[in-house]
Design a protein around this ligand. Structure first.
Ligand SMILES: [Zn+2]
Ligand SMILES: [Zn+2]
Length: 247
């Protein structure tokens, strides 16, 4: 089993450590066919400085990637984003005109973001951390809200991959996977956030959804490293026909 592409990597444009060319060097060592650079969207910037400072910076990254693409024959570089879902209606923190310019769109539900309203902040940040612990909202309702936010995003935008589904935020896997299958969106098996279980993969796979295995590397040395994710695939006996970047 080996990886043909890494569709989720960070650089020093966000909170990663390496430069784009460092990630490229590592991808070449791993003999990958494709590498995507996918910084967090701007809603990860104001609170935690994890993402690009504004959406236009994604186009700067795209320009830099276009330069490198001229030099590297065997490796196709993709300009992308890991956009944030910023309300329960599934809105992303990157305008659609910019998403349309990118080669690949990843989206995830993250806790530490700037939500688009007080109400969205309550549902995404407060309910998932303090709200249910204090008994202010039942856990099942929080799971339902998280799932709805992701489902709405998948329906609303042309998203290629949902990153680390269920990481830090409880979701209904079957429901999300069903919609992803219908909308042609992959679910990620993320090597950095190893919260997934074989059960998760079983449940999602039963819908026929496709998976992408990614490093979510934040250093160049992490690019292409997906050993734990591959072990999980083995354990779950996932059919490799359902994985877009492993052969
Ligand atoms: Zn993420
Ligand atoms: Zn990431």
């Amino acid at each position: 089993m080996y990886l043909t592409a890494d569709y989720h990597t960070h650089t020093n444009y966000g909170h990663g450590a390496g430069r784009i060319k460092d990630n490229i060097r590592q991808a070449i060592q791993f003999d990958l066919d494709e590498l995507a650079i996918t910084e967090h969207g701007p809603a990860s910037h104001s609170l935690t400085r994890l993402g690009v400072k504004d959406s236009l910076q994604l186009l700067e990254i795209k320009e830099e990637i276009a330069e490198y693409n001229r030099y590297f024959d065997g490796l196709n570089l993709l300009a992308g984003v890991e956009a944030n879902v910023i309300n329960l209606e599934g809105r992303l923190d990157v305008p659609e005109v910019i998403l349309n310019e990118l080669d690949i769109v990843l989206a995830g539900l993250h806790l530490w973001i700037k939500p688009d309203s007080w109400q969205a902040g309550r549902r995404i940040i407060f309910d998932n951390t303090i709200g249910y612990r204090l008994g202010l909202i039942p856990r099942g309702k929080v799971r339902q809200n998280n799932t709805q936010a992701l489902v709405n995003a998948v329906k609303r935008y042309d998203i290629d991959i949902i990153t680390h589904p269920g990481y830090q935020l409880d979701i209904n896997t079957y429901r999300l996977a069903t919609v992803c299958r219908r909308e042609d969106t992959c679910l990620e098996i993320n090597n950095s956030h190893q919260q997934l279980s074989a059960d998760f993969i079983d449940t999602a796979a039963s819908t026929g959804v496709e998976f992408a295995v990614n490093s979510d590397a934040h250093t160049a040395g992490g690019v292409g490293r997906v050993d734990s994710a591959l072990e999980l695939i083995n354990e779950a006996e996932l059919d490799l026909d359902q994985v877009i970047n492993v052969t």
